[in-house]
Design a protein around this ligand. Structure first.
Ligand code: ATP
Ligand code: MG
Ligand code: MG
Ligand code: MG
Length: 481
């Protein structure tokens, strides 16, 4: 039978019509009131069962977690917080659920518990709200680029290029059947893999995307990315989604403008579309905040934070300026950051990044012009830098509560400089001949960035752990699903 989503039913103002709804029972009170949820919206619809005329055997099967189909009259509701409810004339149990064993009891579960039940957690308010926000953000990503003349390209997931991910790559090998190349003692020969070459899962589509930008002009990728991260942090996954625009003829300033404009757009789009889910997540966070001592509580609630980001310019600060600030700062009453900051050239640790964003500037920060030594070979060397203090046209965007959300740069467009930098780190010209071709034939200034989609979802939902914003987190501890 044709049914209507709970979201559409709740928005319906035409009562006294026959409707059918399908979903999962959240609660069943007094043998009469079903709170039915189908995932279309945060709200449940109340279904009032005519228990006097419903067989006892059916009533017993209306349990938390059961899938049901109800038909009845949509009518105005007397209950508070809901305009309409369904006066049920017929109920069919589609799938039973043993309420004793059903893990998703109608109460607040810990996030750890939900992670252990990653396959069922989408039936909770919190996780379903996060997933709706995630889906909306993903749509906004495409919408932004498509409206602004970018083309969506798909870069290889299995790739022979390993220029970027030294030590962080997952090796891909053919299954040890039939024609797999083997060494004399019968072991799989990793050196001579499925493609006659070592192959890996991609850590970034950037190099390939650059070649497409140098032809299509403005492109973006949005796809899965893999890193064999050995750290177990709340910001890193082994499998995550990355958004990587790349634009011909854009320099670093244009790249920063693009990143800032893009982030503001997708947040605004999502705030407009997901107000109810975000309000719910905000409420959840407020409860957590209340449990903290006053001094540690966040100054803004979730929607205020999102509005702040949309309405204010990101602070643009060079690496050198940032180091000067850090050198003079005292992060807590006694300790200085001095162990690092005496040396210009050191990479910032996340505690430094968070200090700059959360304590010093109190807004998103774009750090640019990093020391060449700590950044990738393909970044454009700045002209006129002091010998020994060479910098590259790189930028990282740092967000409150998150740290790095974007890493990007203007790319080195000069063939000779690029080859020299590759040589210095042991990459042969032949290895990246195709990449170098973009510099051999019609090279031009171009730039781009990578934004970790889950870090964006973390920020927008206000969640604290990246494992809670992706359907099935891949981390060293979570490979079960
Ligand atoms: P980090 O310093 O946090 O390890 P990175 O500098 O190694 O990040 P980049 O190579 O600059 O990361 O990748 C671009 C973006 O991809 C990052 O700014 C971040 O948003 C995201 N990202 C990187 N690694 C991960 C990961 N393991 N899990 C989730 N997102 C990631
Ligand atoms: Mg990293
Ligand atoms: Mg980094
Ligand atoms: Mg980075």
């Amino acid at each position: 039978m044709k049914h209507t989503s709970v979201k559409d039913l709740l928005n319906n103002t035409k009562t006294l019509q026959e409707v059918t709804a399908k979903g999962w029972v959240r609660t069943f009170r007094n043998n009469q009131f079903i709170a039915l949820n189908d995932g279309s919206t945060l709200q449940n619809i109340q279904c009032v069962v005519d228990f006097e005329n419903t067989p006892e055997t059916t009533l017993k099967r209306i349990t938390t977690g059961a899938a049901v189909c109800v038909t009845g009259t949509l009518q105005e509701s007397q209950g508070k917080g809901q305009n309409v409810e369904i006066q049920v004339s017929k109920i069919e149990i589609l799938g039973d659920s043993d309420a004793e064993k059903y893990p998703m009891q109608p109460k607040k579960h810990s996030l750890e518990f939900l992670r252990e039940n990653a396959h069922l957690r989408v039936r909770t308010n919190a996780f379903s709200a996060i997933m709706r926000v995630r889906s909306t953000l993903a749509f906004a990503v495409h919408q932004y680029f498509q409206e602004n003349g970018f083309f969506y390209v798909n870069t290889p997931i299995i790739t022979g290029s390993d220029a970027e991910g030294a030590g962080e790559m997952f090796r891909v090998t053919a299954l040890p059947f039939d024609n797999t190349p083997r060494t004399e003692d019968g072991k799989v020969n990793f050196k001579e893999d499925f493609f006659g070459k070592e192959t890996n899962l991609t850590v970034s589509g950037q190099l390939e995307a650059e070649t497409f930008a140098m032809g299509l002009g403005k492109v973006y990728t949005f796809g899965p990315t893999f890193r064999a991260e050995n750290s177990n942090t709340s910001r890193h996954l082994a499998e995550f989604w990355m958004i990587e625009p790349e634009v011909a003829f854009n320099d670093l300033d244009a790249n920063m403008d693009l990143a800032e404009d893009f982030i503001k757009y997708v947040i605004k789009y999502t705030v407009d579309k997901c107000g109810e889910d975000l309000k719910f997540l905000e409420g959840r966070l407020l409860e957590e905040e209340k449990a903290k001592p006053q001094a540690e509580r966040s100054e803004m609630n979730l929607l205020e934070k999102l509005n702040f980001v949309m309405e204010n310019n990101f602070k643009r600060v060079s690496y050198t300026e940032a180091i000067d600030i850090l050198r003079d700062s005292t992060p807590n009453k006694k300790k200085k950051f001095n162990y690092l900051i005496n040396e210009w050239g050191a990479d910032l640790q996340s505690e430094h990044e968070r200090f700059l964003v959360e304590k010093h500037f109190k807004c998103p920060v774009i750090l640019f012009d990093y020391p060449a030594k700590i950044k990738a070979f393909y970044m454009r060397l700045n002209d006129n830098t002091e010998p020994g203090k060479e910098t590259v046209r790189a930028m990282d965007i740092l967000f409150p509560g998150i740290g790095e959300i974007v890493g990007g740069s203007q790319r080195e467009e000069r063939l000779d400089v690029l080859i020299e930098k590759m040589k210095a780190i042991g990459i042969e010209e032949e290895e990246l001949w195709w990449y170098l071709d973009t510099r051999r034939f019609g090279t031009a200034v171009h730039s781009g960035f990578g934004l970790g989609f889950e870090r964006l979802v973390l920020f927008v939902t206000g969640m604290g752990n990246i494992r809670d914003v992706i359907p099935f987190p891949r981390t060293p501890m979570n490979a079960e699903f």
